[in-house]
Design a protein around this ligand. Structure first.
Ligand code: ZN
Length: 386
């Protein structure tokens, strides 16, 4: 499929392909084109479908390939009214259930996707939700996840960088909504928007995901070794990263990133990174630059990453498996949210010594400030129904 062929799309094209194995087997769900200017995932999905049909590949599990923002894909724009990857709030979903009028072009797309997900989740599982994206800057392929143990374990199958906890900085992404139900949910960024190798990376990612989820046996995929090789180069010494700085854009800010930064490129403290309204912006710390903004739309200028040590990864697995998170509630200034088992409410004036890192260790991410208190939400879940 070439770029031009997205012009004919209508809502009835949303499901690109569905393949079934047995009822009690894993289900892989691929989303492509949630952002309409990111077509590599859509092309890759078509290549996968072509190969499945041509080689009559047998499935143990189930596969659904689903298109995201169809109207935006047709126009080759990121979104029309609102970003389809920032509106997955409970309030929006309640509107669907109550039959309320939908506000945006994207709400119609969201409603259809929501109904499809609901239908898929009627099966027993396990489920693997994978969302295919590309970036405005040139980049090695990488994965973004909410920091739950099942997400970490599945991402470790792909020897490429994994960025933990990006949802702390995003409001309403699709995968955070999926994570609320405890299913594996990985964002895959295949490379730069228009780089042909992004399509190759996305295709390799889908095949590897189908094998590692045990949806298809590797022996049934002709040329599987080739796909394995595509995603076999870890760009850095460490695989896991977390965000330790975000440059958030103000409204009407004239922000310009200095040219030539690649994702995950090493930067040093005080390095000149960008200009804002003509003023120079320097790196507040060293690390690796992440998601430098090279397109018009966006809320973040750049992030700075630090690598997560193997020691911290192991320590956090031990702490979470011991299920001693209730100990956090014994600390003055920390209470459990009476309405949500997975949320701790922290009074920052009393529990001043508690740092974000301690909550991260116990598996709590996404701090939200509500009524002067911080809300930390745990990412590991017992699987719940939608
Ligand atoms: Zn995207």
């Amino acid at each position: 499929m070439n770029l031009a062929t997205t012009e004919h799309l209508t809502y009835k094209h949303r499901i690109l392909g569905e393949y079934y194995g047995s009822e009690n087997s894993p289900t892989v769900v691929i989303f492509a084109g949630i952002h309409g200017n990111e077509k590599a995932g859509v092309h890759a999905a078509h290549l996968v479908i072509e190969k499945i049909q041509k080689e009559n590949i047998q499935f143990n599990g189930n596969l659904h390939l689903i298109l995201g923002n169809i109207n935006a894909l047709k126009q080759n724009i990121r979104f029309h009214d609102v970003d389809l990857n920032r509106i997955w709030h409970q309030s929006a979903l309640n509107k669907f259930k109550n039959g309320h009028q939908l506000d945006y072009e994207e709400s119609k797309e969201q409603k259809e996707i929501f109904l499809i997900i609901q239908e898929i989740l009627k099966r027993p599982g396990p489920f693997y939700f994978l969302d295919m994206h590309t970036t405005s800057a040139s980049s090695v392929p990488f994965i973004t996840i909410s920091d739950s143990l099942n997400n970490r374990k599945f991402s470790a199958n792909f020897p490429i960088p994994v960025v933990l906890g990006i949802e702390e900085y995003l409001d309403g992404p699709l995968l955070t909504f999926i994570n609320e139900f405890g299913h594996v949910a990985l964002g895959f960024e295949g490379g730069a928007h228009n780089d042909p190798s992004s399509v190759i990376n996305c295709e390799a990612f889908i095949w590897k995901a189908l094998v590692h989820s045990k949806c298809i046996d590797a022996s049934n995929i002709i040329g599987y070794e080739r796909f394995k090789e595509v995603l076999s180069n870890l760009c850095c010494e460490y695989q896991f990263f977390e965000i330790n700085y975000r440059y958030q854009l103000r409204e009407d800010e004239n922000f310009e990133m200095k040219k030539g930064f690649e994702n995950f490129e090493m930067i040093h403290k005080s390095q000149l990174l960008a200009t804002s309204n003509g003023r120079d912006i320097y790196a507040p710390s060293g690390g690796r630059i992440f998601m430098p903004l090279y397109q018009k739309l966006g809320e973040d200028g750049f992030f700075i990453l630090s690598s997560v040590s193997k020691f911290w990864l192991k320590a956090s697995i031990a702490v979470r498996k011991l299920k001693i998170n209730h100990l956090l509630r014994l600390i003055p200034g920390v209470t459990k949210d009476p309405e949500n088992n997975y949320t701790l409410i922290v009074n920052p004036h009393i529990a001043r010594f508690l740092t974000k890192e301690i909550f991260h260790l116990f598996g709590y991410r996404q701090q939200i400030l509500k009524d002067d208190k911080l809300h930390f939400i745990k990412r590991d879940r017992n699987i719940t129904e939608l």
